[in-house]
Every structure is written in C-alpha cells, then in structure tokens.
Design a protein around this ligand. Sequence first.
Ligand code: GLN
Length: 560
Amino acid sequence: MPTKYIFLTGGVVSSVGKGVTAAAIGRLLKERGFKVAVQKLDPYINVDPGTMSPYQHGEVYILDDGAETDLDLGHYERFIDIRLNRVCNVTTGQVYAEVIGKERRGDYLGGTIQIIPHITNEIKRRIGMVAKSTGAEIVLVEIGGTVGDIESLPFLEAVRQLRTDMGRENTLYIHVTWLPYIGATAELKTKPTQHSVRELRSIGITPDMIVARSDYPVEDSLREKIALFCDVEKRAVVPMVTTPVLYEVPLLIEQAGVADYVMARLGLTARLQPDWTEWKHLVAEVRRPKPKVKVALVGKYVELHDAYISVHEALKHAALNLGVELDLSWIHSAELEKGKNLEALKSAQGIVVPGGFGSRGIEGKIQAARLARTQKIPYLGLCLGMQLMVVEFARWALGDEDANSTEFDRTTTLPVIDLMPEQNQITDLGGTMRLGLYPCQLQPGTIAARAYGQELVEERHRHRFEFNNEYREILAEHGLRYSGLSPDGRLVEIAELADHPFMLGTQFHPEFLSRPNRPHPLFLAFMAAVCRQAGLESYLETASAQILPGDGKAQPAGME
Ligand code: GLN
C-alpha cells in the first residue's frame, strides 16, 4: 500500500493540544494494526531546540539516535508507544542549512535558489524520509504554529503540494482550532475557526476534518454551523472538550468516530479490532481516589511545568502503577538558596532533582540532596541530579565543601564531576553533547539491578560532564556504589548510596522511556520507596499492583 499521510495544522491560537491530538490519532491507527510514525515540523530557525532555554520551548526531548527534539515527540512516543528517530523533527533551520550547504557546494550551479521549489522540495524530501526510515505505513505530520504565521508558510506550501504528488486518496488534512467562550453571553464562538479555515484555503489547503478544541461542551448545532461555514462534512467536525486526564484523549477521539472517518477517507480497512481495555483501565485508575504521596521536584525552571514534562509524566506513570496519587510540589532551587521553601522540601516523602545546565540554583539542589541523604528521604537524581548527588556526597565524605563539578567551579580542588576528555576540544554548543542511547551494565546486588531485573539496559543521554574516576575508590569507601557502568567499565552511569533507603542518580535520562502503562523501572522503584516513606507499605501489599524494589518482581519497562 502507498504511504498514507495525515497533515495536522493549527488555527486560532497555539497551545491547544495539537501534539496530543496527533499522538492520539496515531494511537487509534496503531490499534487498528497499522505501523504509524509522527513527524513535527517546527517553523523556527534554530537547527534544533537543544540550544534554546526551556523557558522558551519547554523540555528538550531526546530520541534513541540522540536527536534533540520538540517535546511533542514525547507525546507521540508515550501515546503510541513507539520509538522515533531524528527525521521526525524538522526545523526551518535544518532545511535552510541543507539547501544553503548544497548551494555552496555548487549542487545547483547556475540556478537561483528560491523558497519554491528549493526549500519546499527539501521539506518534502524530509517528510518522505519518515516512512523510509521507520517503515511506517501511515505518517502523521504536525505543523507547528498556527495558520497565518509567516514562518510556517513554506511548510504549508510543501504539504499542499503533497496532495497533488501523492494523490487525494493518500493524504488527509486535519485542522485543529479553538472555540473561545464568551462569558457575558455564555456561548462558544465559531468565527475564529471560520477565519482560520479561510486563511488555510487561501493558501490552497482545504481541511478534510476540523478538530474544535473547547473548554466547554459543544452542542450539535455548533458542529453543524462549523460544517456549513467551513465546508466539511458534519461527521468530520470533531469537538474535543478539555479533559483533566490527558490519557483520555485517545478514548474521546475514538468515541467521536475520528478513526472511522480517517480510514474511510484514506481507503483503509482495519486489520485489528481496537482493544481499549488497558487504556480504559488506565483512565479509570487516574480518576479513582487514591492515597497521596508527596514528591518535591527541585529545579530552576519550575515556573514552566513543560520544562520537566517527561519527568512529571514518568512520576505519574509510576504512581499510577502503584495505585497512589502523585502530589508534586515544584520547588525553585534558587529559592532554597535564600532559605525559602525548606518546609515543603522537608515534608516531602521523595525528592527528585532533574537535569539542568548552568550554575543558577546549583547550591539549592545540593541542599536538597543533603537533606535527602541526612534525613533518609528517597531521592532520584536525573543527570545533573546525579552529578549533584555525587558532589554533595563528596563534600560530606571528604569533609571539604570545595568539592564540585567543573561545570560550576573550574578551579575546584576536588573535581568529582568533570568534563569528558572527548568534550575538551569542543567549541560549538549545539548538538555536541553525549547524546542518545548508550548501554549500561548493571552491577548485581544493587538497587538499580533489582529494579531493572536485567543485566544490560540502554538509556538516553544528554550531557557533557561525567563522574571523575579518580574519586571512585575513595567515595566507594564512604558508601557510594556504582550500580551501573558503561560496558567497558569506564563511565559511571548509575550511582547509589549503600546506607540509604533509596538514594540513586542516573547519568542518563530514564524519563524518556517511561510509558503510561509501562512505567520505567527506576521511577517505579523510587515511587515504591516514596510509598514506604509515606507509610503506605501495607496499602501497597493489598493494592492491585505491588512492585517493590528488592522483591525481584519489577518488570523491565520502556524497552521493547
Ligand atoms: N549540565 C550537566 C552536563 O552537561 C547535566 C546535563 C543534564 O542534566 N542533562 O553534564
């Protein structure tokens, strides 16, 4: 069968969940037995979001091949339970860099390089690479931004051309819009949707389906109105009311008949009967009142929760699996340095220090690690969180507060975390870290090994600095254990404390491999320790899923 393409554009405003919609539709099609991939086209000029501040962009999501991508890729992977690759995130910067590179090499000798056809052809080439590199039969392509933005015009023009190139029966356009609610008259308005569809038509794209996002229920008459004014079939107008349960979106889209319509338009017949039992159970579990556990996330971008979206999701997956409710408090590490928010931290039953860069708030995170160690509060350190756990431990074990990472103090006398030798010569900041999947050998008898229940795992990385091997022996003498190492034994991948209920840090980012129905083993082990800290041990024993670290039952997760 020829590859089928579904293009998603946004209208009216951004941030209405276009990424989640794309991910959910992908899931619907996977449930019907198709191999699906999703690609995000981002109109900004950066080559990738790797050099952008999380305040600008939210989290940078890392793929197996080390691509630094948009956080929507995280939605795609989590909802559809797939692993994507670097062609699945294209930016204007990449497209121009490629075309200008070719021009300099003389590939277009004699020609004038223009947006149409050179830039649009390069965009189309990159869209075509998704099916080739993933083997997907259906490719969903989400175009970032909203219709009307100057930046996204070349992308829209490229996907417009694809209908002619690929044929009507192989392409489908879905426009995701927003229905504003006017309080004074208590009604939802369709006018902005009509305008954005008109805008889309003016560049030659006629949407086949409109997903109308709204905070309020959408009446049938409104659907009819949208269908009439926007010239789509009524059954192709899909109201999607905001739900507090993110993982309910596929179920809602299924109920609205989206898959049936999409399949009919693309001439597809389902190979499998979709089975939503597990998802329904998942959503029911989210809704069920459960005992709360309090976890503190100590970071420096906590004002913007999107900056830690995968960590937050991974914690939720683990809590859900254990039948408890995650009560997450977001603690700014720079505030801790000023002596603020200490109470919230002390009252937490678990502390997470996620990844990060730069010196702001570092001492606050070290304080959090100190509290976790001395008060025996379960601690999970992710990348920077692992490095700072080691710094704190070294300051205590070596009795010298000068211990540090050379990222924050170049002249420290005790550089327990230091630049990897291969990083010393690098001057460019973009795309030059240790990125992507690397193997990690687990050391028998450790918390990490028990949690994984496996000897060798592969996890996603994004860092420049490493545990300094000169300090391995001395820190081990004081009770630091290296529970995960690179197979050649050279790099410390996981460190944990011997004399602590659960204090563990990973040099990699396990959060990227957690799935709603398959929590990551380390998050699960951490959350089980949090439950024990909260006095929920007996509850866990009676709950439907009880997986405690150390009982050997934890299933390997996140790795298909
Ligand atoms: N800044 C640290 C490093 O580069 C940690 C990076 C991270 O947390 N992802 O090694």
